[in-house]
Write a protein that binds this ligand. Structure first.
Ligand code: AKG
Ligand code: FE2
Length: 232
């Protein structure tokens, strides 16, 4: 794949807002066809594990593993998840890492495109965050009852610098939850972004953010391709 972004978008227009805010949102970031293909890949071809914070540890459970658990074990995991989340410490969402070995062609091409010299320098140029030499990627799926509490994305060993999210669920209703929410250190909210189809959210890893609880009446999963641009 060549440069993946919508030709109609002038990334230079976002320089100023990013400089002020250390975050930005770009609607219609990809061509409609590309976004639709990615959505199709995520909704039809990807098998998601569930990533959860349980008893201070991050665990990953496949659908088969979850099925094989006894009711009592599932209850315990759920209880611990809720206890931790109540203290502002927790997450539960579907995840699948995407790497250069990804078998799905659409996802593999998108991974390569984000890791291309052209995209990495476009990201640097737009944000003023230099020295980017990789993009990591994960497919995520949030269903009702799932969430990601407040956190920063700083991971020194990985050299993460910019967090990105390509939202890919068509026709998201903001009342369904799954909003990308930003906070000040004291917990007051600053901005809240609806995960609209084909929208890129980009922010420096020091930003405090969360994904709000998906309500029981969310009609479909919240699919996204997310990860970090950084240097390692
Ligand atoms: O999906 C999102 O909007 C953000 C995800 C996120 O914050 C993370 O994976 O660290
Ligand atoms: Fe994050």
């Amino acid at each position: 794949m060549n440069f993946p972004f919508n030709e109609k978008i002038n990334l230079n227009d976002f320089k100023e807002p990013f400089l002020t805010d250390q975050k930005l949102r770009v609607c219609d970031i990809l061509s409609f066809e590309e976004a639709a293909h990615l959505y199709q890949a995520l909704s039809e071809n990807v098998t998601f594990d569930t990533a959860m914070a349980v008893d201070g540890k991050n665990i990953v459970v496949s659908a088969e593993e979850w099925k094989a658990l006894k009711d009592e074990q599932r209850k315990q995991i759920y209880f611990s998840l809720m206890e931790n989340a109540a203290k502002g410490n927790g997450f539960s969402y579907g995840r699948r890492y995407i790497t250069e070995n990804e078998a799905n062609t659409v996802l593999n091409n998108f991974f390569s495109a984000l890791n291309s010299e052209r995209v990495l320098s476009a990201m640097s140029e737009m944000t003023g965050v230099g020295d980017l030499n990789y993009a990591s990627m994960q497919a995520t799926r949030f269903v009702p009852g799932q969430f990601l509490t407040r956190h920063k994305d700083v991971v020194e060993q990985e050299g993460r610098k910019l967090a990105y999210v390509f939202n890919l669920s068509p026709e998201w209703h903001p009342d369904w939850g799954g909003l990308l929410q930003f906070f000040n250190e004291d917990g007051t909210t600053t901005e809240s972004w609806t995960p609209n189809f084909n929208t890129l959210s980009l922010f420096t890893v020091e930003n405090i953010h969360s994904v709000t609880y998906l309500t029981p009446f969310a009609k479909k999963p919240r699919y996204a391709l997310t990860g970090w641009f950084g240097k390692r």
